[in-house]
Design a protein. Structure first.
Length: 310
């Protein structure tokens, strides 16, 4: 078990640490402003990776059905729990929106994909494809709605969703795939270049946010929100995900893959959205920092349990 644990750390976390460290250094030395990078990731890089992943995914109809069902059941469950905690803890509107983002969206793309490949092989990676695409679409649509409601009306939040290109790019990719249309190789190459930039850019954003999130005193309300965010991501999410996947009848491999992806630390996109729509970005970025650090222990353990006991 210890050798597998170390292998996961060396082969997955060490390479991914390079852009994160670069973000930390740029923030500390050059005072990197992440808002322009957030706009780049939200409006250009995310749609690009959605497009390429949707065109290339190879999965069965049964896996698609279970994955889609799990994605929305898990989203609604985590949203419901976060809303309940927000009311019980008497959080402000922006903290409630931030807590919803922390609870609902995981960092399943940036190192979820290489982690799944290492732990479950190519078969696991194929099963992860639909979930990954759904999460990217959801975080760029429903996630925007969650974040924007902290200071928009419901109508304005809905309009903010409709202004994002992710929804339209996903629809276009689906139509191309259903029709069997093949795009010119030069077009595919250009989109692939943009999609390839997604992970390093958002990891640089993560590093910059982590650099500025650890210090300073908080008022009690933010401290309560932070503690609730940790509990949701590190304990409640894995338990609810395992229960939901068991009830849906997922096979052993699909259950393990989706359990690990749903138990990942808070998504970098959560702080991108929080920053864009003022949904308590300081609180969200600190949750990303500490859930990411905790994942160095939690995720290898879950992978080992998924491989032996599920």
């Amino acid at each position: 078990m210890s050798s597998s644990f170390v292998s996961i750390l060396v082969q997955v976390f060490v390479p991914l640490a390079f852009p994160v460290i670069a973000g930390v250094l740029l923030k500390r030395i050059k005072g990197l402003d992440t808002k322009p990078l957030s706009v780049l990731a939200l409006y250009l890089l995310s749609p690009s990776i959605i497009f390429t992943t949707l065109l290339d995914a190879q999965v069965s109809a049964e896996d698609i059905g279970i994955t889609v069902s799990f994605s929305f059941i898990n989203l609604l469950t985590m949203w419901g729990v976060s809303v309940l905690l927000g009311r019980l803890l008497r959080l402000g509107d922006s903290e409630k929106s931030g807590l919803t983002l922390v609870a609902s969206f995981t960092n399943c793309v940036n190192y979820g994909l290489p982690l799944v490949l290492l732990a479950f092989g190519q078969a696991g990676l194929d099963k992860a494809a639909v979930y990954i695409v759904l999460q990217i679409i959801i975080v760029n649509t429903i996630g925007v709605f969650f974040a924007a409601r902290s200071h928009f009306s419901v109508k304005k939040a809905g309009l903010a969703v409709l202004k994002l290109p992710a929804l339209y790019v996903a629809a276009l990719a689906g139509l191309l795939r259903l029709s069997g249309t093949t795009l010119p190789a030069s077009f595919d190459t250009g989109v692939d270049l943009l999609a390839g930039a997604y992970s390093p850019v958002v990891l640089v954003i993560l590093g910059a946010q982590m650099a500025g999130s650890a210090g300073g005193e908080w008022e009690p309300r933010l401290r309560r929100a932070f503690q609730a965010g940790l509990a949701l991501r590190l304990a409640i999410a894995p338990l609810l995900s395992w229960l939901t996947l068991t009830l849906l009848g997922a096979d052993r491999l699909l259950l393990g893959v989706l359990l690990v992806l749903a138990s990942m630390p808070t998504a970098v996109n959560a702080v991108i959205l929080a920053e864009q729509f003022n949904a308590s970005p300081k609180f969200v970025s600190r949750c990303i920092l500490w859930t990411t650090i905790a994942s160095f222990v939690v995720l290898p353990v879950l992978i080992l349990l998924a491989g032996t006991n599920l």
